[in-house]
Design a protein around this ligand. Structure first.
Ligand code: SF4
Length: 328
């Protein structure tokens, strides 16, 4: 296999030089080179709801969803406005902040009227050090008015919209009770990127009914879209969710760490080389309801295994990009 020189990093350690292979384009490295220092991403709970929970799309939510586990900030009552939560978090760091990116994380943070959006976004932008907003939401939570406001916002700040997708296959989305289609995602990403807004797709590996080949097709489809970044993680079974029942009934299996490492590396190889990778695994704890896979509770140990797999298999993001199309 031939690698470009830029896939390697020369480093100096304990009196000698070494070479590290760069396996993927990390979002962290991109923003560090853009701002000359690391950017501090601070999760805040802006108090929005979700149409897949409030009865608009469904009242049950996605079958894997327990925002308490995926997002520790969702555990906190929204007693204080998001800007106050951010100020409190920054004060704890005693000035060691640098550029700050508030991340509106739990639930669907574009699910509201324009007035509600402005009321929750704008005070965050006024906090010293804030360079923009990262907004987590669903692909079906946009109106024409929302798009116009976000486009205006993107002209004056650094704006990134993180869209929950999980899979590019409608059968899987239906099985997970997502309440939206892949076409909804395409429409949102196309419109947002036409307004030069960065978009990040959240995907899960190991969803029920999906083979490795099906998961790779999701990567191919993302690679064909103007999607700036991708967040990838394993399916986690969380107490209190529908999938927890399926798991206990033997209707749902989870990936072991070796299987996940292999699928993740395959997925990366199908993405475009320029798509920024925001995350390669998620973590939770049994105290937060994690049932399986339990390797999710040991993030440092699991990441070591994943990186070892990448080294051993010379994983390179984008190495399979377009290969299927070239082969017809
Ligand atoms: S869209 Fe997000 S918040 Fe809403 S039910 Fe699904 S995972 Fe939960």
């Amino acid at each position: 296999m031939v690698h470009r020189v830029t896939d390697y990093l020369l480093f100096y350690f304990q009196g000698g030089f070494g070479v590290l292979m760069i396996h993927y384009l990390s979002y962290r490295s991109v923003v560090k080179s853009r701002y000359g220092q690391p950017v501090l991403k601070v999760p805040v709970n802006a108090g929005f709801s979700c149409p897949n929970r409030d009865g608009t799309k469904s009242a049950e939510g996605c079958r894997f969803c327990d925002n308490r586990s995926f997002s520790p900030v969702a555990l906190r009552q929204v007693e204080s406005p998001a800007a106050e939560q951010l100020r409190t978090a920054l004060a704890r760091r005693r000035g060691r902040n640098g550029p700050v990116l508030p991340y509106l994380q739990p639930f669907s943070n574009t699910y509201g009227t324009i007035e509600e959006l402005k009321k929750r976004y704008e005070p965050l932008l006024a906090v010293p050090g804030v360079i923009g907003l990262a907004i987590g939401t669903r692909p079906d939570c946009f109106t024409e008015e929302t798009y116009r406001y976000l486009a205006e916002l993107a002209r004056r700040t650094c704006l990134s919209i993180e869209l929950g997708l999980q899979s590019a296959h409608d059968a899987t989305l239906a099985l997970c009770n997502r309440g939206h289609t892949f076409a909804d995602f395409i429409a949102a990403v196309t419109r947002l990127s036409s307004d030069t807004i960065e978009t990040v797709a959240h995907v899960m590996l190991g969803l029920p009914g999906e083979t490795g080949e099906i998961m790779m097709r999701t990567a191919d489809r993302l690679a064909a879209l103007p999607c700036t970044g991708v967040k990838i993680h394993q399916l986690m079974v969380i107490e209190g969710t529908e999938f927890a029942t399926w798991y206990r009934e033997g209707r749902l299996a989870v990936l072991d760490l070796d299987e996940y490492a292999e699928l993740l590396c395959g997925f990366l190889s199908h993405l475009r080389p320029d798509q920024q990778i925001h995350r390669i695994m998620a973590d939770s704890t049994t105290a937060n309801g994690l049932i399986a896979p339990l390797w999710s509770a040991d993030k440092p140990g699991s990441l070591r295994v994943i990186h070892r797999y990448m080294d051993e298999h010379a994983t390179r993001q984008g190495s399979q990009y377009g290969v299927g199309r070239l082969n017809g």
